[in-house]
Write a protein that binds this ligand. Sequence first.
Ligand code: CUA
Length: 327
Amino acid sequence: LALAMLVLAGCDSSKILPSDALNVLDPKGTAGEKSLDLIYFSIAIMLVVFAIVMAIFIYVLVKFRKREGVTLDRSKYKDHNTVLEIIWTVLPIAALVALAIPTVKYTFDLAEVPKGDDVLVVEVVGHQYWWEFKYPKQGFKTAQELHIPVGKKVHFKITGTDVLHAFWVPALGGKMDVIPGRVNELTLDAKKAGLYHGKCAELCGASHALMDFKVVAEEQADFDKWLAKMSAPPAPVVTAKEKQGEEIFNSSCIKCHAGMDPKRQGPDLTKFGNRQSIAGVLKYDEKNLKAWLKDPKSIKPGTKMEKFDFLNDQELDALTQYLMNRK
Ligand code: CUA
């Protein structure tokens, strides 16, 4: 059974995601590499302990097994052995100290706040059930998709608005608690360009498992292009259909999506057309966007987003068009 579980645990997720998108054992950043070092080091210590305990266990099983004609002389039993007791007290302490030294060192290394113009600062806000990413220096915010430049330190200031969440990018490192009213800090970097998967790692409600985000790590030039795209004014509304979509947006969606209703804060959709996913879990296309608008709770149970099932097909079409052109 254990072997079967081991084999099943090796299931390949690369058909739905790039193979390194969610892999703690194949880190793509400094923090992830340090975590993996600690994982290997603690497994090595555990294997040594396991081997010693098993060796003693097997020795005792064989040596003192019940044999025909041999009765154990209980009068020879000892109730005390100072040397042995010292050994089995000192050895575990030594193992724990050996584990603690690199753990404490790495913890302090990773908590260091990087300084300089070269550091990208991103403010992360966890919401039920989506992620908001603010780029304070660049002056814009986005949701569900975090872009970072390869080879640069990214300093995250992490907070939340409702319940506890946890910010985790398995391939890069983490995780860090999201606590409303408190700002936690975390520094990550990506050594290789790629698309990495981010997860919420703290049970936060019905759609905890769907509270995903993407990390797009890209070369500096591509990252600069993305920054320029995000900082530029939104594309003008041209066609009559888009104008109709804009009217629907301004009469319904804007209440939550421009932060006018503090209890129902939705993601900023100014540059929605640059996204790669819908609600962080669906592929970005027209069909999925319509499905989301019609019945978001069927896709993400517990989401604060309301149904837009009162729109007719033509209106839904116009709204979809308007949103997808927000580039
Ligand atoms: Cu947010 Cu789990």
